[in-house]
Ligand binder design. Structure first.
Ligand SMILES: Nc1ncnc2c1ncn2[C@@H]1O[C@H](COP(=O)(O)OP(=O)(O)O)[C@@H](O)[C@H]1O
Ligand SMILES: [Mg+2]
Length: 412
């Protein structure tokens, strides 16, 4: 199997030297039991690497367990990883196997490994060195044969410096380092990825794929991509859904590329405002604006929603992605705040168990907004002499929604 086969099998797009090199290292190291540490910014595409390593290794028939270390509360992480004995702490009614026991003969992927508490780091180092561990509340050594692949978007030497990560563990994990370069260092892959994602979304939403003008391609390639491939994918989805004209020029593309410096900083540095507002006030203002933007969006989405499954999926995507986008706008760093789930995979790929979308959960207006709405409904009903159908049309909501709101607000 060569690098191109691996890309095809694992759905990796891109042909930059740096990406190819990373894949090549993963392939070379797969057949060994060496520990691998994957580093790279958030959204750069780290997650597929432990899968490549597992599936090309002699352990491929064993379990593959992916643990998001940043998502497990400190209090339970030792027990999740190493298991516990019955009665070892309040609430431990049954003994439980930890991931290191379950993954015996297979591979564990420790995602966001730098988030592990120091005490857990000690336990991890021990199991890496001796292949032995003890369950929480037990003094019996258990042997396990697990291959560990870890990933982080944290600068580990810096974390060591700050006393947040153990140096000995770092050396042990870093037997084979794989660095995934940020998207801005693989410019030649950007348009390729865009085309792939836009083809995928075109299929998903049953519409023609996007096409970029030459200047739009330039813009795409010169953008900083703080959220890397994940951000590119999100933005491609947004454009696919929102733009009716599938020929995208630089001007329309520009609206989708947030520039933190332009949007947030000038407000903060405005001299006149400084006298009246503290930085915290200004931050609150940004947050408040963001919230009302999202509320507007929610309103729009609710209007779009009407039984149609496709339009429902789209609305959900807009909602999720726009929240994502706002988040990116606001944050200067690249933390993975949108991935808090722990994924456990036994021989299967990530299933997307996307929850049902409940339009009603989305409505969370402030009281004053509610008052406004109430007033608007009253006016519309008055104007149409109590005819609900006409009032609903005027308000741009369904009759059912209007009916619900009349009841909710106890309008005459
Ligand atoms: N080279 C690539 N080809 C196709 N999709 C990619 C590529 N790199 C990243 N992705 C996609 O981008 C998203 C973020 O990647 P992920 O591996 O989760 O990033 P992270 O480095 O934060 O773990 C995922 O949906 C992933 O499938
Ligand atoms: Mg990740």
């Amino acid at each position: 199997m060569d690098v191109q086969n691996v890309k095809q099998r694992f759905g990796i797009i891109g042909n930059s030297t740096l990406l190819n090199r990373a894949i090549d290292v993963a392939m070379q190291v797969a057949s060994t039991d060496l520990t691998v540490l994957i580093t790279g910014e958030s959204g750069s595409g780290k997650e597929v690497f432990p899968q490549i390593i597992h599936h090309l290794s002699p352990r491929k028939h064993g379990n593959y367990i992916a643990v998001n270390c940043g998502a497990i509360p400190e209090g339970t992480i030792d027990s999740e990883l190493f298991g516990h004995e019955k009665g070892s702490f309040t609430g431990a009614h049954e003994a439980r196997k930890g991931y290191f026991e379950v993954a015996n003969g297979g591979t564990i992927f420790l995602d966001e490994v730098a988030e592990l508490p120091l005490s857990t780091q000690v336990r991890l180092l021990r199991v890496l060195e001796s292949g032995e561990f003890m369950k929480v509340g037990s003094s019996k050594m258990i042997k396990t044969d697990v291959r560990v692949v870890a990933a982080t978007n944290v600068n580990v030497p810096e974390a060591i410096e700050k006393g947040k990560f153990r140096q000995d563990l770092y050396y042990r994990l870093n037997s084979v380092p794989i660095y995934i370069p940020p998207l801005r260092e693989r410019k030649e892959d950007i348009h390729l990825l865009f085309r792939k994602f836009s083809a995928d979304f075109a299929e998903k939403y049953r519409m023609p794929p996007l096409r970029l003008s030459e200047s739009a391609v330039q813009m795409l390639e010169n953008y900083r991509w703080p959220g890397n491939v994940r951000q590119l994918k999100n933005i491609t989805e947004q454009i696919s859904i929102i733009e009716q004209d599938k020929q995208i020029d630089a001007e329309s593309l520009h609206q989708y590329l947030p520039d933190t410096n332009q949007r947030v900083l000038p407000v903060l540095y405005d001299k006149n405002q400084e006298e009246h507002f503290s930085e915290r006030d200004l931050l609150y203002k940004v947050l408040f604006d963001m919230r009302s933007d999202i509320n507007d969006l929610k309103q729009a989405v609710i209007q779009i929603l009407d039984n149609d499954k496709v339009s429902m999926e789209k609305s959900r995507a807009i909602l999720v992605k726009s929240a994502d986008q706002e988040h990116l706008n606001l944050m200067h760093h690249n933390q993975d705040n949108f991935e808090h789930e722990v994924k456990i995979m036994h021989h299967r790929d990530d299933e997307d168990k996307s929850e049902e979308f409940h339009p009603t959960e989305v409505i969370e207006e402030s009281l004053s907004l509610q008052d406004k709405e109430k007033e608007m409904i009253r006016k519309a009903l008055e104007k149409h002499h109590g005819k609900r159908k006409d009032a609903a049309d005027e308000l741009g909501i369904s009759e059912r929604t209007l009916y619900r709101k009349i009841k909710e607000y106890k309008i005459r």
